[in-house]
Design a binder for this molecule. Structure first.
Ligand SMILES: Nc1ncnc2c1ncn2[C@@H]1O[C@H](COP(=O)(O)OP(=O)(O)OP(=O)(O)O)[C@@H](O)[C@H]1O
Ligand SMILES: [Mg+2]
Length: 226
């Protein structure tokens, strides 16, 4: 298998109160294409920060990120946007659904920009919602849903476009065990059918039990768990 990500000496600091606060302190990591990997570790250790770098949302303070064989560390913003649209599905910890759009409109949001016709976008979004047990809620707005339902809409939006990689920040945090299982099965199915890679940040031991690789974050560094 080829490397999806190669991280070399990756560092990231937040600017807070006019001071640089180091969070990631030199991460060297290779993640394979087609991986199902979990990043674990206590709250505040930098898991979300790392996913934001992998998703090309933030840029590293030091070090290098290679994505699908390309050095993306200093890529121009418009090229990053293009890579994000075509290759990355991001499930944010805070969902970031668009409140004025319905569930199906949120789910199909990126598909027209990827060349889907209106009909195909609708069909794909509906199939994805069905897979996640949300078909009956397609015409509701996010505020009319429970927290776990909102989380699954965010998941549906990320996986509907069958990206090369799904970066998922605590994707099962608001789900009961049956719904979580269904969601994990949907991830596994996409991994199998489209060779989509999955990288999770999670505190959920059930999700971790499905991972092929587990990376533990500690003191701004990463140590391979198993
Ligand atoms: N915008 C910001 N400005 C300053 N500091 C920040 C900012 N965002 C995060 N941090 C700090 O960076 C550290 C890592 O945060 P991060 O969100 O990556 O943690 P996490 O491992 O995802 O935690 P959790 O498990 O609670 O989601 C924390 O100490 C946090 O306070
Ligand atoms: Mg987090």
């Amino acid at each position: 298998m080829s490397a999806l990500y190669r991280l070399k000496g990756l560092q990231y600091s937040y600017l807070w109160n006019k001071q640089q606060v180091p969070v990631l302190k030199g991460i060297d990591l290779e993640l394979e294409s087609g991986c199902f990997a979990c990043i674990v570790g206590p709250s505040g250790t930098g898991k979300t920060t790392l996913l934001n770098l992998l998703g090309l949302i933030d840029s590293p303070s030091q070090g290098q990120i290679e994505f699908a064989g390309q050095d993306v560390t200093t890529l121009e913003e418009k090229h990053k946007e293009d890579l994000r649209l075509h290759k990355v599905g991001f499930i944010f910890q805070a969902f970031y659904l668009i409140p004025t759009l319905t569930v199906i409109e949120n789910t199909s949001y990126f598909l027209p920009s990827l060349g889907y016709s209106t009909g195909d976008a609708h069909k794909t979004a509906m199939e994805t919602l069905d897979l996640l047990g949300l078909a009956d809620h397609a015409n509701k707005k996010p505020l009319e849903l429970s927290g776990g339902q909102r989380q699954r809409v965010a998941i549906a939006r990320a996986i509907a476009k069958k990206p090369a990689v799904v970066l998922a920040d605590e994707p099962t945090a608001n789900l009961d065990s049956v719904t979580a299982e269904k969601t994990i099965n949907a991830f596994k199915e996409l991994q199998r059918s489209a060779n989509t890679s999955f990288i999770f940040s999670t505190h959920d031991s059930h999700l971790v039990s499905f991972a092929k690789s587990v990376y533990r974050m500690k003191d701004g560094q990463i140590e391979k768990g198993s």
